[in-house]
Design a binder for this molecule. Structure first.
Ligand SMILES: Nc1ncnc2c1ncn2[C@@H]1O[C@H](COP(=O)(O)OP(=O)(O)OP(=O)(O)O)[C@@H](O)[C@H]1O
Ligand SMILES: [Mg+2]
Length: 289
């Protein structure tokens, strides 16, 4: 059975929490212009968990920087709950791969998690409650007074996740957050993301290099082409909502889906582009493999 490629991929639905419309990003460098992202259009419903995969250099980080308002797109726009993003929005949080650099080593775990709330002027009692809830959610209630450097890599990444959720974002963006941790820790963190997603009902866009991870985690996988980037394919992951590292990964359907995503990435790496992306064939729909 082939994966369900979302027929309406590319169209904007009014109820979208996050809309990326015709996004293009060209970096201007001394060596000339670099077109990192050519034309990306997709949207996420409120409460959706979508994974984004694509070859290295396909513009995944560039896209997240544009979505989070850290960088302006060259063309196109990003809408958060219908409003155009023109700077870092209040209701969006980002977790990057390099937790080591995103936490302040001289601040205790608790203070690291509380910092964005403090900056936002959240009163102390409310702040304490949100920090406690976030530390509890990531299983770190026992180390609030530790410093990040006293913790393992996986625990540090949990602190970064706690900081993001304490902020109560409507949209959580994650850029290869588990790339630097060992396989066992990674599996635990994947389950943590699904748990948090269900508990807080947050909309998640999770960027990963790892095909298995994208299929295991997502309700949907958006596959990017190689640079200059367009959406290669947008597929629905029709696995049961309750996922289990052993059982889900042993399902025949899991194998079919990972096989399909793998094939698409290989095609993307070879420069294959969806028909709809090529102006000469405009009007024809992107075909599933
Ligand atoms: N600040 C910059 N200035 C110039 N070019 C850049 C800059 N940042 C990224 N690029 C280029 O834009 C393209 C996309 O880069 P980006 O880092 O967004 O890709 P990526 O998909 O996140 O890659 P990876 O999988 O390796 O993390 C690449 O060709 C990269 O060299
Ligand atoms: Mg990147």
């Amino acid at each position: 059975m082939q994966p369900d490629t979302t027929p309406e991929a590319g169209t904007i639905r009014p109820e979208a929490m996050l809309s990326v419309r015709g996004l293009k990003k060209v970096y201007q460098t001394d060596g000339g212009d670099i077109e990192a992202v050519r034309n990306l259009t997709f949207d996420l419903r409120a409460g959706e968990l979508a994974c984004l995969v694509g070859p290295s250099g396909s513009g995944k980080t560039t896209l997240l920087k544009c979505i989070s308002g850290l960088m302006a797109p060259t063309e196109g726009e990003v809408l958060l709950d219908g409003k155009r993003v023109s700077g870092p929005p209040k209701k969006m949080a980002v977790v990057f791969q390099e937790y080591g650099r995103s936490l302040f080593p001289w601040m205790r775990v608790r203070d690291n998690v509380a910092l964005p709330l403090k900056n936002q002027g959240v009163p102390k009692a409310e702040r304490d409650r949100l920090v406690d809830e976030a530390l509890e959610a990531v299983g770190l209630s026992h180390v609030p007074r530790s410093y990040p450097w006293q913790l393992s890599g996986g625990m540090q990444q949990r602190v970064a996740i706690a900081r993001a959720i304490a902020y109560q974002p409507e949209v959580l963006l994650m850029d290869e957050p588990f790339a630097a941790v060992d396989a066992q820790t990674r599996a635990d963190l994947e389950d943590l993301i699904r748990t948090i997603w269900k508990k807080f009902g947050v909309t998640v866009l999770f960027v990963t290099h790892d095909i298995d991870e994208s299929v295991y985690l997502g309700e949907r996988v958006i596959i990017l082409s190689s640079s200059p980037t367009v959406v290669q394919e947008d597929i629905r992951i029709d696995l049961p909502v309750e996922r289990d590292q052993l059982e889900t990964r042993s399902l025949p359907r899991f194998t079919e889906l990972r096989h399909h995503v793998y094939e698409q990435i290989q095609l993307a790496k070879k420069g294959h582009r969806p028909a709809a992306a090529e102006p000469a064939q405009a009007g024809s729909a992107a075909k599933p493999a």
